[in-house]
Design a protein around this ligand. Structure first.
Ligand SMILES: Nc1nc2c(ncn2[C@@H]2O[C@H](COP(=O)(O)OP(=O)(O)OP(=O)(O)O)[C@@H](O)[C@H]2O)c(=O)[nH]1
Length: 345
């Protein structure tokens, strides 16, 4: 994975020594470039020995690299993050640790020129945290923030600060799942439904493809609760949710809990006839629920009523209008006796 450079000073973790050795071989124009660089960055000549010592003491993952990107020193925290002993990484070209596009960006920046190139934007060489991915020694990708600091002086070096973002990312994922999921059934919640429906609506209108919504409402659910108790009612809603998921015809379609004992299916690309077929599959999946698994007597029935509305040639001006029309159709299905499917006019 790592691109090892022939770094002849690899064992010279004392930067002062490295600086002196390199300094002897430096061409006159490189001196000139360094001088101009030092003037831009920090005119004070750095004590590299002290820098290296401080770096090793820091608890934050830090790497010290020469101006061509070769790693000179890795502290214990950085080694742990990279996934191997610190010495393993000395001599490597640090941009090779990164996933693209940052690997290419930094590799180009640091590979050819022994110094930061004159005229190149200084922000490329020193910047605050930038989010990217780093490949650990075991191949796993890690989300990180990388900060780059250029220390100008006799021999410019780079301090690379790394912050592991995995825990933060995992927490964001957890919270975002919580914010979009209905906690009882595990389906998408109403907030997520509203966002998804609006997005799908916009896309379908733009592509001139149909879109349908299906509202599914459990019949006589108050009676169910009264007869078998609220907890059984909760279990029943979970089984219904799983039946709805199983009836979804594609990954683009979504099942959500609208509220109470009401659910909505969003069917992008589906016209009225196709949506009706899905509604029939929903009825079949609900009829197939094993009531004995709920501890209900044989013969106990769970049924749903469904209302469908479809947009294919400008019937509705908004997604909400389509949803309202599906609700009106659902009301008709209830009024006409329940356990049936009604299409909007
Ligand atoms: N167990 C349980 N019951 C719920 C939940 N949310 C809503 N309900 C119940 O669902 C029932 C809905 O009753 P109604 O609106 O009268 O509807 P219904 O009895 O299904 O009658 P129709 O829809 O006309 O067939 C109420 O008794 C609510 O308490 C829930 O999360 N769990």
């Amino acid at each position: 994975m790592m691109h090892k450079q022939d770094f002849s000073n690899a064992n010279l973790t004392r930067l002062g020594t490295a600086a002196r050795l390199n300094d002897n071989h430096m061409a006159a124009d490189e001196h000139a470039l360094q001088a101009s660089l030092a003037a831009q960055v920090n005119p004070v000549v750095c004590d590299y020995d002290a820098v290296a010592d401080v770096l090793l003491c820091l608890r934050q993952p830090m790497v010290l690299a020469s101006s061509d990107g070769t790693v000179i020193s890795v502290n214990a925290a950085a080694a742990e993050l990279l996934g191997d002993d610190a010495e393993t990484f000395v001599g490597e070209h640090w941009p090779s640790w990164l996933a693209n596009p940052f690997q290419s960006e930094y590799a180009t920046l640091f590979a050819s020129a022994p110094l930061p190139r004159p005229g190149c934007c200084m922000d490329s060489y020193q910047h605050g945290p930038r989010e990217m991915q780093l490949r650990r020694a075991d191949g796993h990708l890690l989300s990180i923030n990388l900060s780059l600091s250029l220390m100008g002086g006799v021999l410019p070096v780079f301090l690379i600060g790394i912050e592991d973002l995995s825990a933060q990312k995992a927490e964001i994922r957890r919270l975002s799942t919580l914010a979009s999921t209905d906690c009882l059934t595990g389906l998408a919640n109403r907030r997520s439904l509203t966002e998804n429906l609006e997005r799908q609506w916009q896309q379908c209108v733009l592509r001139r493809t149909p879109i349908s919504v299906l509202i599914v409402d459990v019949d006589y659910f108050k009676q169910f609760n009264d007869l078998y108790g609220h907890l059984k009612g909760d279990e029943c809603l979970r089984l219904i949710a799983s039946a709805l998921s199983s009836a979804l015809p594609s990954n683009q379609c979504m099942a959500a809990r609208f509220g109470g004992e009401e659910f909505v299916l969003v069917l992008p690309g589906f016209n009225a006839a196709m949506a009706e077929l899905v509604a029939r599959q929903v009825s079949d999946a609900i009829a197939a629920i094993d009531v004995s698994a709920l501890g209900l007597p044989q013969g106990a029935l769970i049924t749903v009523s469904q209302g469908i509305a479809s947009e294919s040639c400008g019937q509705f001006r908004t997604a909400d209008a389509m949803l309202l029309s599906a609700d009106t159709a659902l009301y008709r299905a209830k009024r006409d006796g329940r356990n049936r499917i009604a299409l909007s006019d």
